[in-house]
Design a protein around this ligand. Structure first.
Ligand code: 5GP
Ligand code: ZN
Length: 111
């Protein structure tokens, strides 16, 4: 847990937030600045800065299982997932998160 990290505070309940889905080690909540009608963030409760720092196979599985359970709960079967890793790739919050966006069409390649 990092005292200065907004996602640590959100994931651990210090900042009130409605979780779409929660497991022992993962939370799923809505992005504050949605880029699609549905825009979720799948976030580990522990502070892991980037995907490069994720070295726990159980947690890796739990992140993707939570993602799948969250979209299933919302009745969504078509969605875009994004993990920005590093400043140059667009990462602004340095606490690992998987973006899940749905409800509009998406172009490829991503910008
Ligand atoms: P990144 O650019 O790091 O991949 O994405 C960070 C995301 O976190 C952005 O989509 C931004 O809107 C979202 N975000 C930033 N601060 C907060 C917050 O306090 N609460 C929530 N729910 N989302 C946030
Ligand atoms: Zn954090």
């Amino acid at each position: 847990m990092s005292d200065s990290c907004i996602f640590c505070k959100t994931a651990n309940g210090q900042i009130p937030s409605d979780f779409v889905y929660e497991t022992k080690r993962v939370v799923v909540f809505k992005d504050i600045n949605p880029q699609a009608p549905t825009h979720l963030l799948v976030v580990p409760k522990e502070h892991i800065e980037t995907l490069n720092d994720l070295n726990d196979k159980d947690l890796t599985a739990e992140l993707f299982e939570a993602l799948k359970a969250a979209v299933k709960k919302l009745g969504i079967s078509e969605y875009r997932t994004v993990i920005n890793t590093g400043k140059g790739a667009g990462q602004e919050v340095f606490h690992l998160h998987i973006h899940v966006m749905a409800g509009r069409s998406f172009s490829w390649p991503a910008g």
